[in-house]
Design a protein around this ligand. Sequence first.
Ligand code: PHE
Ligand code: ZN
Length: 875
Amino acid sequence: MSTTPSVIYLKDYQVPPFLIESTQLRFELEDDRTLVKAELRLTRNPECQVKPRGLLMHGDESLRLCRLAVDGQVLTAKDYSIDAGTLTIAEVPDQFILESVVEIDPAKNTALEGLYLSDGVYCTQCEAEGFRRITYYLDRPDVMSVFTTTVVADKARFPVLLSNGNPVAEGDDSDGRHWVTWEDPFPKPAYLFALVAGDLKHIEDTFTTASGKQVALRLFAEEKDLDKLDHAMTSLKASMRWDEQVYGREYDLEIYMIVAVDFFNMGAMENKGLNVFNTSCVLASQKTTTDAGFQRVEAVVAHEYFHNWSGNRVTCRDWFQLSLKEGFTVFRDAEFSADMNSRTVKRVEDVQLLRTAQFSEDAGPMAHPVRPASFIEISNFYTMTVYEKGAEVVRMIHTLLGPDQFRAGSDLYFERHDGQAVTTDDFVAAMEAASGRDLTQFKRWYSQAGTPVLDITDEYDPSESVYRLRVKQSCPPTPEASEKAPFHIPLQVGLLSPEGTDMPLENGATTVTLELTESEQTFTFTGIPQKPVPSLLRGFSAPVKLNYAYSQAELVFLMQHDSDGFNRWEAAQKLGVIILQALIADYQAGRELILSDALVGAYRAVLNDTTLDPAMVAKVLTLPSQAYLGELSTQIDVDAIHAAREFAMNALACALEAEFSQAYKRCLIDVAYQPSAEQVAQRMLKNLCLSYLLRAGKPEYLALAQQQFSDADNMTDEQAALALVVHSNYQDAAPAMLSQFYSRWSQESLVVNSWLAVQASNPCPGALSQVEALMQHEAFNMKNPNKVRSLIGAFCGQNPVNFHAKDGSGYRFLADQVVALNELNPQIASRLVAPLTKWKRYDETRQQLMRDQLQRIMDSAELSRDVYEVVSKSI
Ligand code: PHE
Ligand code: ZN
């Protein structure tokens, strides 16, 4: 690092001095370079108080400027200067045309930001600040412009030429090249620009909007993947209909396109009219994709589609407002998935993710508010906090306002701000205006980081039939503030009678929303005839940690009787936590481990209840994860947590072998495969049963897994069997299955990714050397983020026992990879480093080993801003 990167602050925001009314682009794609010609119509921004004489534009150092002209006058070196990341023209008129020609080199772009080549296909990724790697521009989201784009390329090799909006002209040149011009009538910031050129095939369908407009839907992929686009198309049409019905939002262009590319830093990108997707989030087929994969495709297609309103028509003023579009859109896609599948299962999965990944981010050195106040590199803020906690914040507004007022607020937000770049304050203001509620205190959720903790006690007074809940809230310090003001928290509560029924509360309702606003509050319930068992935080109504001293018997009671499906699962988790924490303590003290009868009994009852949704049975019978137990510990003892969970799972398997075996058989499906909620649930429970059966110590269950592996007609069952055996004690059986799987699927890149991940996440000894060997395998490619995530990411993030090996080998390995990736792809490098930044949570030996590796990364040459920010903030 030559100079220390500078910090950018929200408080320094200023409106842009210039606006760009129109943007005309011409891309000439050639093998060893691409020429980008831009014609921008600029005017002074009437809203800007200052009137600078010159113009400052963003432009990456990799741009090679060939020509620059103002109103047709070519500028010479004395008229402008080029600095790291900017171009300044000394003097410009109030209104003018700026022409530029730059040369760029997409073939050398391994950062996958800007214009790059993905397996021979040209594509772009401009969010957040990638457009400045394409041409000089005002690359900020509050500069919105109307784009016209012409793409020129060799016709034989790049028959498909795409950009945003509608195609308006095309033609052939004499030299074998052709061109297409696209016009996007909706003003947009540069981060929503996209271009694709390649030898792609597509499937096509149409959608008729509520007002009768015909929209062409085109999904593009390489020819070999054309048969894997149907699920995305179905999901797209369902999303379009859902957004009309639930939010009153219609699509606005004549065509909607999605392109699948193999090299992509994230999941997908909502470019106006031309989404670019990681193949992993759009391709799906019975044979190659798991049920979870199908659901991910549905969710991501919906997410990107919903951005057309929440993100594109109404966009962000600046990048501190990122959660304005991401939190809202994640909330929208979660509700969509809940409506399409099982609502409770979806909620459980989202909460599991939040409580492990987001809570640990909020407790670490990179903790930041949903609306951060500063950053060095914005790419580092596409986080669980901005996305998932941001979605929880929107969900809390929904809970506080109720569905009707929330919809009114959403309508008002879109009406007020269509075509504008706005802030999270504008979003909340619309919600306030539509509901008449004061959300001033609520907005602390946007500005204060950290996970609030609720400590709850209760008392029952039989003589007066009064029940009281005393709630204390607190929030641990985070880097941006050590003192926190109280949050406005919706706490949904029900009270169960000793018979297990919901007691009627206010106006006969069985769930009430208590609004916490102070650090300590008491809520009184009158007319309560018997001492109730409280069902607290129903539906996980706020992203908080909750402490209430439930007895094991009360938890078993809630597991059976709570009318809130989420809290039935939560009771099982809480019971699991109590029992596992005791086992962890026993293991640490060298005591014999004994499994509690309470857990066996509770599990048996759930397993034998055939009236329950099999997916919820599977969720309830899954012990709290290693990550969640770690998150709950003051000091994470990786080995003890692993040993306790292994012991408990093995003991449960032996105690409930017959029940697991019966449930496995009950879940066999004899009709054609469908990724429907019903079948997904059956496969989920079946494979959970298989995981326990493999622990029962009988070779017949290994045979069962092997049989499932060979007979499966779908990837869910095939991959589950593979992973379970590879991670089991039957180590001798693993190699043959792994090699069979690879030879069967070596041509399917996404399946190969799961083959890599299964080995990388193997808790058995020797995983690191296996990972190192796989890095030399033909299937691995350090330049492909999906491969890096599947191998290196899975080892460091999903293999705690091996990654945290006491000799520090896992840490050293990760640091080596981060240093290598820092040069190739800074975004991926900086995401990968996260596990090392959590060093404070481990024992002293590991702390030291982890910090040593962070220091090694810090000392290595030329750190990117991305890696520098994360590492310097964590040391
Ligand atoms: N905006 C994308 C989404 O949330 C994510 C993304 C961010 C993709 C940055 C690429 C780069 O859908
Ligand atoms: Zn998004």
